[in-house]
Design a binder for this molecule. Structure first.
Ligand SMILES: [Zn+2]
Length: 453
């Protein structure tokens, strides 16, 4: 058969250059502790992490608090699950040397404490109860495992392009609200390396929130009032939606649910529609829909997607003028919220001293780098093509060089570091400098006033 011959020939054509490429790139595509040493030596953007964590205090301005960076907790997870908490560093080179030498599988970032966290015992012995967190980015952790009851393509640690849109939705909804409702500007989104995303809100006013205030912000995003046993996890109670929820629904949730999740997760297929019918508190309507759907299972649904067809039927019945009860009309929105609304790990956001994995770490199970995600282009982010450790070292081995003096410049990590610098770090440090200057002037003003008094 001609088709078979053609396939055979194609394979051979592809085979040749691939084997050459493999020889250069002869590294297994997974995590390897030896490669991690090379990664920290050549690619990890130590200086950028230091400048971020310094928030402008590493400058020469007399208002700079030189002790600031040294009071930040870092935590290292080493091979064999050895866990080093309360690490602190006095300088950029101090931090870089420790990372290169200890070669941590994971680096976590904690809060800035009142005193150097490495010396906390000395302060405790002195009887001073002064060891307390004083600053910490407002952070959010969203993990795909919390969505296991609404995704059918994978479960647990796995993700694919059918369920990843759930993370895209979370980024869009939270990012918009953090900027528009809370007025935050310096927000960094990071791929967790496997199945989720982290968010770092770095504005000064976010870093100085206390635990109660953090809990209040996290609670603002909570719509799940049910429990594990309740099918209707989202209860909008028939009331008018809060403007934030209404905007999220109109601008993000509805579109993603109808355009992506309905079909990709087959949410109204014969095996799955009962779960959605369970969320409709009107037996007349559910038996009406069930009857229609058992019927059109027999009829041939040739081209049209049956999930979209059935969703239109459901919406028509629930939202037609005949339905007087606002609870029923709300029900369409409740279903969409249940399947698509962001699920935040509240505990991570509520406490100042919760640790969160540093950006640009490598996930030990996937070998993928925890790269930043641009919220303005988060729909284009593909977790399955994020550079792996072995890919990056392969690129270094190929000896590509650019004019830049950084090795990452020539690798596929380059665009992530450039994005981190230009879109996040530079505007952040500019506002930090302005704040240091203005609070310095205010302090001088204050002391002059108290002197003249
Ligand atoms: Zn999936």
């Amino acid at each position: 058969m001609p088709g078979e011959e053609e396939n055979g020939r194609d394979d051979m054509i592809i085979d040749q250059p691939q084997s050459d490429f493999m020889r250069i790139n002869a590294l297994p595509d997974e995590f390897n502790p030896n490669y991690l040493k090379l990664y920290y030596g050549k690619l990890f953007p130590h200086a950028d992490i230091f400048r971020w964590m310094s928030y402008g205090t590493d400058g020469k301005h007399p208002g700079c608090d030189q002790s600031f960076f040294g009071r930040r907790e870092f935590s290292f997870t080493l091979d064999n699950d050895i866990y080093l908490r309360f690490q602190s560093f006095n300088s950029a080179s101090d931090m870089e040397n420790a990372i290169r030498e200890k070669c941590p599988f994971k680096i976590d970032i904690g809060p800035v404490y009142s005193v150097d966290p490495a010396k906390r015992h000395a302060y405790a012995q002195a009887g001073d109860n002064v060891f307390t967190p004083v600053e910490r980015e407002l952070v959010f952790d969203i993990d795909m495992t919390d969505y296991d009851d609404v995704r059918y393509c994978c479960s647990g640690a796995d993700v694919c392009l059918d369920c990843w849109p759930l993370m895209t939705i979370a980024i869009k909804v939270l990012d918009t609200s953090l900027r528009d409702d809370f007025g935050f500007n310096h927000i960094l989104w990071v791929f967790s390396g496997r199945r989720g995303v982290h968010c770092w809100v770095c504005d000064a006013k976010a870093r100085r929130l206390n635990n109660e205030q953090r809990a209040a912000v996290a609670d603002y995003f909570r719509v799940y009032k049910g429990n594990e046993n309740s099918h209707r996890k989202v209860s909008l109670m028939g009331q008018a939606l809060h403007p934030f929820l209404a905007r999220s629904y109109t601008n993000v949730l509805k579109d993603f649910f109808e355009r992506k999740l309905l079909s990709s997760q087959q949410l109204l297929s014969d095996e799955r529609y009962e779960k959605i019918l369970d969320m409709i508190p009107d037996e007349g309507i559910t038996s009406d829909l069930r009857g229609k759907w058992q019927d059109n299972r027999r009829s041939s649904m040739a081209k049209e997607d049956i999930n979209i067809f059935r969703w239109d039927q459901l919406k028509h019945l629930l939202q037609s003028g005949k339905q007087k009860a606002p609870g029923l009309r709300r029900c369409v929105e409740e279903i969409v919220f249940s399947y698509a609304y962001p699920r935040i790990d509240m505990e991570v956001s509520k406490h100042m001293n919760h640790l969160l994995k540093a950006p640009f770490c490598v996930h030990p199970k996937t070998g993928r780098v925890c790269v930043p995600i641009d919220p303005d282009h988060c729909e284009e982010f593909d977790p399955t093509t994020v550079p792996t450790l072995s890919k990056l070292l392969g690129e270094i081995n190929m000896g590509l060089r650019t004019a830049g003096d950084n090795e990452w410049d020539a690798t596929s990590l380059g665009q992530s570091v450039r994005y981190f610098r230009s879109s996040f770090l530079q505007p952040l440090l500019k506002s930090c400098k302005e704040e240091i200057e203005s609070s310095y002037i205010a302090k001088k003003e204050q002391s002059r006033n108290s002197l003249s008094w």
